[in-house]
Design a binder for this molecule. Structure first.
Ligand code: PLP
Length: 383
């Protein structure tokens, strides 16, 4: 399949890659095959079992994700955090050191600070100022973990620069690509070894499946799969099938998320009651230059502050009609949340303040509704 970096051809991959049409009826959709026991020997010669990650619905959706990420291999697991923990615990051992981006999804931050040290894994954090990640590398650094654009402040990491630095030292690079989706950003093309997703978000896109995905170099994905078999966070056949269905419209949905995200960021930026709009598509955003180079679109995630006290931000949210106050993101419906109470609730108040996650920072997942309706809703709620 010939595809170009500008995104043409991605809709075709979304629809067709990995699909396993029904051999018996000619049905064009991958059938749901929920068996947990398979007669031996299976025609493929393999012992099929869900937790071995080799049943047909897992294989089909994994192949689609690998194709979208331009990766040699992919694996689906039971949640985004299962993807994070399986990658880390599958590749690291006691005495290893990992460098994490200082702005991380709250669950990942908790895992890095509380769980990894219990297994003797050393962790440290880099920010994006200057060469900080380079100066923090130690002789036992085995992995650099990035998240870009990051949650909730949409900071952008220069993937090519990190990959180039890490590769020359034999350090594995892993990035949480949840906010961008493979339609907007394919880290493997920038030299990253591994990519992970909370598939609960854009990949599935309909706010009705909890899942995760890992993609990258086959040798590393094989090691992670072997850990996943031990950890047991398998994704059930029906959930795989729903994820596969969701992925068919990923390129279409992301195109609309990109358009709506840009329009709403610009609208909020121009509104007198709003301050500090974080969106990599705004030309004066600190991440805009790098984002333009490494992304094909800027996505539907943004964050901003409503001027005034926390009560003003709360009043604004309570007046919204089309945006639901809810955690999660990446679905067709527009959502809004207070990161200080949701994804960053278990990050200490001091740490939150240092990160810039203020108490009236709102994170918005812009859905695929009509931008004109979304802007009208924001306008009435702000005034
Ligand atoms: C939601 C999210 C996760 C965790 O995914 P779950 O599916 O909830 O386990 C990880 N990273 C990012 C950026 C997320 O938004």
């Amino acid at each position: 399949m010939i595809e170009q970096r500008n995104g043409s051809g991605f809709s075709t991959t979304c629809v067709h890659a990995g699909a396993r049409p029904d051999q018996h009826t000619g049905g064009i959709v991958t059938p749901i095959l929920p068996s947990t026991a398979h007669r031996f020997p299976n025609p493929s010669g393999e012992n099929l079992y869900p937790r071995y990650f080799n049943i047909p619905n897992i294989t089909a959706v994994s192949a689609k994700i690998a194709a979208l990420e331009r990766a040699e291999a992919a694996l689906v697991v039971s949640s985004g955090m299962a993807a994070v923990s399986t990658c880390l615990l599958g590749l690291l051992r006691a005495g290893d050191h990992v460098l994490f981006h200082s702005e991380l999804y709250g669950g990942t931050l908790h895992l890095a600070k509380e769980t990894l040290p219990r297994f003797g894994i050393e962790v440290d954090f880099y920010d994006l100022q200057g060469d900080d990640f380079m100066t923090r590398v130690r002789p036992n650094t085995r992995m650099i973990y990035a998240e870009t654009p990051s949650n909730p402040l949409l900071k952008v990491t220069d993937l090519r620069r990190v990959a180039h630095f890490a590769r020359s030292r034999g350090i594995v690079t892993l990035v949480d690509n949840t906010f961008a989706s493979p339609i907007n950003q394919r880290p493997v093309e920038h030299g990253f070894d591994l990519v992970l997703h909370s598939g609960t978000k854009y990949l599935n896109g309909h706010s009705d499946v909890c899942c995760g995905a890992i993609a990258g170099r086959a040798e590393l994905v094989d090691r992670i799969r072997s850990a996943a078999v031990d950890h047991g966070g398998v994704l059930d056949a029906r959930a795989c099938w729903l994820l596969e269905r969701g992925l068919k419209t990923l390129a279409l949905r992301i195109q609309r998320h990109n358009e709506n995200g840009q329009r709403i960021a610009e609208f909020l930026r121009g509104h007198p009651r709003v301050s500090a709009v974080h969106y990599p598509g705004l030309t004066d955003d600190p991440g805009h230059g790098i984002a333009r180079r490494q992304m094909d679109g800027f996505g539907g995630m943004l964050s901003f502050e409503v001027k005034g006290a926390v009560a003003d931000a709360e009043r604004f949210v309570s007046r919204l009609r089309l945006f639901t106050l809810a955690i999660s993101l990446g679905g067709v419906e527009s959502l809004v949340c207070f990161p200080c109470r949701t994804s960053h609730a278990h990050v200490g108040a001091g740490e939150r303040a240092r990160m810039g996650v203020t108490d009236n920072l709102l994170r918005m997942s812009v859905g695929i509704e009509d931008a004109i309706d979304l802007m009208a809703d924001l306008k009435q709620a702000l005034e």
